[in-house]
Design a protein around this ligand. Structure first.
Ligand code: ATP
Ligand code: MG
Length: 345
């Protein structure tokens, strides 16, 4: 980019992040995103969290399932520790300014930038002709999600880093093209031992809630037996665990399990290896399964309790949207003014 991103000193610290209700949430979503969302809220920073349903429909969703998945994702946020009084929690389509700013950013983002987005390429594979236009434009809507709140920090997993960088480029180009200092340059916040949890079936692919193989992921709603069985069957190699991280270099599946254990136990991956060096997966996998079950069981039990009252979840999301709207609307209106749109009143 030609334009240096502006410093964020003029903007108050504000966090925005989202998760697509495109399926049930996974251990990857929990470790890479949700757990961090709760930490940021508990640090006392202003936090805005969104179930990005407009992103979910970039691939076809069954309407009844989408509704269910949105409520279930909201239940996961609440069960993990998001407090709807301290954080703003809502679903994207209830605040129409997201789609409006998304369109504006479609006119700012360049095709050359979008063509470099690796996630689009990963998602469509060889079938790009058949992908929706929305899937291609997804990162520019994501930029709108973030910049609509003048957010300065975006906690995400490693896979979303490129999209947050694109958001910075869009902000800088808008500011430059219109000679303003209006949008901040948000920082990706990528923290923890499991910023990219990999598939249990293929250590070179990331764990995803939309992966057709359920065995590739641990869902937050999986019961103890299912979690243990998935970890037992997780792809590994016959070697014992090495003493140093260097020894995991060409062993993506082994490295993944070590990282997951580290993130769940709050230890550094080096410390995990110091504990388990020389042990095979026959011993390591059951220990990993135990800690995964111990972490997820209370979350899944609380999700079950919350899901028994969907009207209450809808009420919480509605209230969140009511709190998001007065932050978003003035920023959108100011953007329209900057663009030269005639507005009433
Ligand atoms: P989809 O397959 O529909 O894209 P997803 O599992 O990739 O679903 P998203 O809704 O796209 O989930 O991402 C929500 C958040 O979870 C983002 O911050 C993303 O970086 C993070 N995330 C997703 N997958 C992982 C993973 N495997 N490891 C760590 N973080 C992840
Ligand atoms: Mg994703």
């Amino acid at each position: 980019m030609t334009q240096a991103p502006r410093p964020n000193a003029a903007f108050k610290p504000r966090i925005f992040s989202g998760i697509q209700p495109s399926g049930g949430l996974t251990l990857g979503n929990y470790l890479g995103a949700l757990k961090r969302f709760v930490e940021k809220q508990d640090e006392g920073i202003e936090t805005i969290y969104c179930l990005v349903d407009l992103h979910a429909i970039t691939v076809w969703q069954d309407p009844d399932k989408l509704r269910q998945q949105t409520r279930e994702a909201a239940a996961a946020f609440l069960a993990a520790g998001i407090d709807p009084k301290r954080s703003v929690l809502f679903n994207q389509s209830q605040v129409s300014a997201h789609a409006e700013l998304g369109w504006i950013f479609n006119c700012v983002a360049r095709l050359g930038w979008m063509n470099r987005m690796t996630q689009f390429k990963d998602k469509v594979g060889k079938n790009s002709e058949n992908a929706s236009l929305g899937l291609y434009a997804y990162p520019s809507l994501m930029a709108a999600d973030i910049l609509l709140y003048h957010a300065t920090m975006v906690p995400v997993g490693e896979d979303q880093k490129q999209h947050v960088e694109l958001t910075r480029d869009i902000a800088a180009k808008f500011n430059h093209d219109f000679g303003v200092d209006f949008f901040p340059a948000p920082e990706p916040v990528i923290e923890g031992a499991a910023t990219r949890v990999m598939s249990l079936r293929d250590g070179t692919r990331k764990m995803s809630k939309s992966d057709p193989s359920d065995a590739s992921r641990i869902n937050l709603t999986d019961d103890a037996d299912t979690i243990a069985a998935k970890i037992r069957k997780a792809k590994t190699d016959p070697e014992p665990l090495p003493e140093t991280l260097d020894g995991l270099k060409d062993r993506p599946e082994a490295r993944n399990l070590v990282n997951i254990y580290a993130a769940l136990s709050g230890k550094m991956p080096e410390a995990v290896l110091a504990e388990f060096a020389g042990q095979g997966f026959g011993l390591f996998k059951p220990v990993l399964a135990d800690i995964a079950v111990a972490t997820l069981a209370p979350i899944s039990a609380e999700m079950g309790r919350l899901m028994a009252d969907p009207a209450e979840i809808d009420r919480i999301l509605g209230e969140g949207a009511d709190r998001a709207e007065p932050i978003a609307r003035p920023i959108l209106n100011r953007t329209l003014d900057i663009l030269g749109m005639v507005r009433r009143g």
